[in-house]
Every structure is written in C-alpha cells, then in structure tokens.
Design a protein around this ligand. Structure first.
Ligand SMILES: Cc1cc2nc3c(=O)[nH]c(=O)nc-3n(C[C@H](O)[C@H](O)[C@H](O)COP(=O)(O)OP(=O)(O)OC[C@H]3O[C@@H](n4cnc5c(N)ncnc54)[C@H](O)[C@@H]3O)c2cc1C
Length: 422
C-alpha cells in the first residue's frame, strides 16, 4: 500500500492544532491535522458540565474570529468547542478526525518522520505535537485505593449529582478546585477545600477584567514564571465572573483546610499552611490592584476608583482555628475530588526531544530534535502559551521556524542541478 505523505503532520486538533494549521496554511505549507476524536474534544467531553471560559469572550479567542453574543460574557465549554470547530471550517483547516497517532519515529537514512496511525502510515518532513498541555490527570498517592471512599480527579468530575450523598473534600484550590468546591457548596453539599499556594488575581478592577490588566501590564508575555515553585492561579468565569475569595467561600459555608499531607487510619492530615497560603493569595491579589492603580495614574486613565476592592474580610473560624486532621468517616466525607493538575504524556512521540525526566526539551516550541515542534505547552514561550490567545501566537513562532528549516534543507536541492552541469 502506498504510504501517504505530507509536509507537516500536526497531531491533535484542539486549539493548538487549529492555530498551527492557520499559520501553516497562510504560509502555504502543505499539512495535515490528525485528531483522534472531534475538534476541540477536550472542551466538549473532558471538562465538567458547567465549565465556562476563564476569560471573557472578547479575550479568550483567536484574532480571526469573535464569539457570537456578549463579548464580556464567559462562554460555556460547548460554545468554546463550537468556536474552534467553526474556526477550523472558516480557515478550511485540513483536519482529519477520528484518527489516532500511535507513534512517530524518525526515518532512518533519509529525512523526515514516520507516523503509525489508526488509519495507516503517514510520512512527514515535520511533526507538530499539539496533543495538549493537560494530558494525564495527576493524583498524589495520599489516600490508598483500599480506603472506602470515592476518589476522582477533576478531569472526571461532571456535576454534584455524580458524587455519592455526603460531604466532599476537594483538594487543590486552583481554578478547577475553587470552581468545583463552589459548585458543590451551592448544591447544598458540605465541602472541605484543601488550599495550597495560589495566586488569585481580581476578576475585575476599576471596570476592567483582569485579562485586560494582565495584557496592558505585559504580564501575559512574561517569559518565565516569577518563582520556581509551581503556583496555581485561581480564577473563575462562573456565575457571571467573580474574584475567587476563599474567605467569602468560607462565609458561604465551605470549610477551608491546608494542603493535604498524609493519611492514616481513616484520618487525613493537613499541613499547617492554610493561613500562609490564603495570605499569599491576598498579597498576589493586592499587588495586581497596586500595579493597576499605578498604571491608571501613569496613563491618566479615567477609570472609576474602587477602594472597596482592597477590603479583605476578617479571617473565618476555619482560618483562626484551622483543622489539621479530619477523620473522613466521622466528618461524613464520602468523596474526594483531586483538583491537583495534569502531567504530559508524549509516549507516542519516540524522538530525541525529551530530557532525562522525560520532559519536552525545547525552546519556544522548537524541540531538540530538528523537525519536531511542540504546541500548547505551559510557558512554551510565555505565560499565555497554554491559553487560547497565547497558543495562537506560539503557532506563528513554530511556523516561522519550519519555514526557516525548510529553506536550509532546500539548499542541497537547489545546488544539485548546477553541480551536475558544472
Ligand atoms: C479545566 C480547564 C479549564 C480551562 N479553561 C481555559 C480558559 O477558560 N481559557 C483558556 O485560554 N484556556 C483554558 N484552559 C487551558 C487550555 O486552553 C485548554 O487546556 C485547551 O484545551 C488546550 O488546548 P490544546 O489544543 O493545547 O490541547 P487539547 O485541547 O487537549 O487538544 C489536544 C487534542 O489532541 C488530541 N490527541 C491527543 N493525543 C492524540 C493522538 N495520539 N492522536 C491524535 N489526536 C490526539 C486530543 O483528542 C485533543 O483533541 C483550561 C484548561 C482546563 C484543564
């Protein structure tokens, strides 16, 4: 059977794959996008039912198309998936759905790569890995499977009705954990929320969404995280968009606890770091307000002052008298939702593009293996890289590099006829 050939093989038809396709198409580079499910499948079936975008519609989009409806609203996950499907149609992206890439290896003795897919072999000169930044749910091994309690990762959480009756412990207070805990609390569940280190920018300040502030303050373009510790960001577009305020959640009935540390004899022990983590989140919040105020003064903007945004509510009882251990059965906890993030899984990409810890070895998406590129990685080139608008910009960097490499490789071909005639 003849082997199908393409110049660039893009693996994954989420936003990163569609962004890559747009830039490659504009540059006239022949390519093919393979998606194992449907376009933007993770937005459709890999998130909980009520999820809305973390950024408003005017912001969380590609430059070439706006969302229908109110630009200040936070589109639901289906609307986001529909947006990418419509975008792919608009740019006539060559996406082939329902095709899984099982492996990619370098060809031996000639340039290029060989992909084994669920629909046969494809050879390509370049490969763009756009399989997503959040591929493998990570659950710390704290509570053994033998403990009689339902444990799921936030990737598998869909809605409150899915969980057994009883109290719920949500571990992780990034955007996912904070939103899921809030939803469960509103649904009348008793909720414990384990809060680790986090940042929590204001949802809006002085009439502008935080996405706008981070944009004008050049913070989406930071090229490296401000600290080496991984600090999650708690933001939410749910319920029209509110600042994540852990004290307010506590006032609404939720019980805050520190980082989940260990488990023995049915009792979960928490680190004594709740107050420190919440205060650190406050400091992050207040620092954004401070930078925003300075920007307003420097630029003479007429944005309404918002002094009440600086008022931090008193510490709730769960902070003044933190719970350091919780016997789950005695507290009626029947489920744990681990909102503890994701890891990468590039087991299909069998090339020399990974370091000794199996992490992608790359600069701005250009991998250590010439001809192989990554898309959509967190901090791939900047803070915005794993987000909708950021991956679109990274796709340009990747495409430009493919064009550059292609021009070097064309040297040989261009010289050959002259050499033969000399
Ligand atoms: C809960 C949550 C909420 C988020 N909210 C926002 C938000 O509001 N705004 C924002 O900007 N960002 C948000 N993000 C971050 C980011 O935008 C999303 O994670 C987004 O889905 C990443 O897009 P991607 O194309 O890089 O990866 P994915 O959406 O994961 O797409 C990768 C695609 O590759 C396919 N694939 C994987 N392996 C193979 C294979 N071997 N062969 C063929 N196909 C394959 C998958 O089916 C998938 O469709 C959120 C992330 C999470 C987890």
């Amino acid at each position: 059977m003849p082997v199908e050939k393409t110049e660039v093989l893009v693996v994954g038809g989420g936003q990163a794959g569609i962004a890559a396709s747009e830039h490659l198409g504009r540059a006239g580079v022949q390519h093919l996008v393979l998606e194992r499910d449907r376009i933007a499948e993770r937005w459709r079936s890999g998130r909980w039912d009520s999820l809305v975008a973390n950024g408003p519609a005017w912001h969380d989009r590609f430059p070439g198309m706006e969302f229908a409806g109110n630009p200040d609203a936070f589109p639901g996950k289906e609307a986001v998936a529909d947006y990418f499907a419509a975008y792919a149609a608009k740019i006539a992206a060559p996406v082939r759905c329902g095709v899984t890439v099982h492996s990619v290896q370098r060809l031996m003795g000639r340039p290029g790569f060989r992909a084994e897919t669920s629909q046969g072999v494809i050879e390509a000169n370049y490969v763009v890995a756009a399989t997503g930044p959040f591929q493998r749910p990570v659950m710390p091994q704290i509570v053994p499977d033998t403990a009689e309690i339902m444990q799921i990762h936030s990737a598998d959480y869909r809605n409150p009705a899915q969980l057994q009756a009883g109290a719920v412990l949500v571990v992780g207070a990034g955007s996912s954990g904070a939103q899921i805990a809030d939803e469960l609390n509103r649904a009348g569940r008793k909720v414990y929320l384990s809060v680790g280190p986090h940042g929590r920018p204001p949802r809006s300040y002085r009439g502008r969404d935080f996405c706008w502030w981070l944009g004008v303050l050049n913070k989406w373009d930071l090229e490296a995280p401000p600290t080496t510790d991984h600090v999650t960001i708690a933001v939410s577009g749910a319920n029209g968009g509110q600042t994540v305020e852990f004290r307010r959640l506590a006032a609404e009935g939720l019980t805050l606890v520190g980082r989940a540390a260990s488990f023995a004899d049915g009792t979960l022990h928490f680190a004594p770091d709740l107050v420190q983590n919440v205060r650190r989140g406050d400091a992050d919040y207040l620092s954004v307000l401070g930078e925003a105020d300075a920007y307003v003064i420097r630029n003479g903007l007429k944005l309404p002052a918002e002094p009440q945004a600086r008022l931090i509510a008193p510490d709730p009882a769960c902070m003044t008298h933190p719970i350091l251990s919780l016997n789950l059965a005695a507290a009626g906890v029947t489920s744990i939702v681990w909102a503890t993030g994701y890891g990468l899984d590039y087991s299909w990409l069998q090339v020399a593009a990974f370091d000794e810890k199996n992490q992608p070895k790359h600069q701005r998406g250009v991998s250590a293996e010439p001809g192989v590129y990554f898309m959509g990685l967190p901090w791939q080139s900047r803070r915005g890289s794993a987000f909708i608008w950021g991956c679109w910009q990274d796709a340009k960097i990747v495409t430009d590099h493919i064009l550059k490499l292609r021009s070097y490789l064309a040297y040989e071909t261009a010289r050959q006829p002259a050499a033969a005639g000399a």
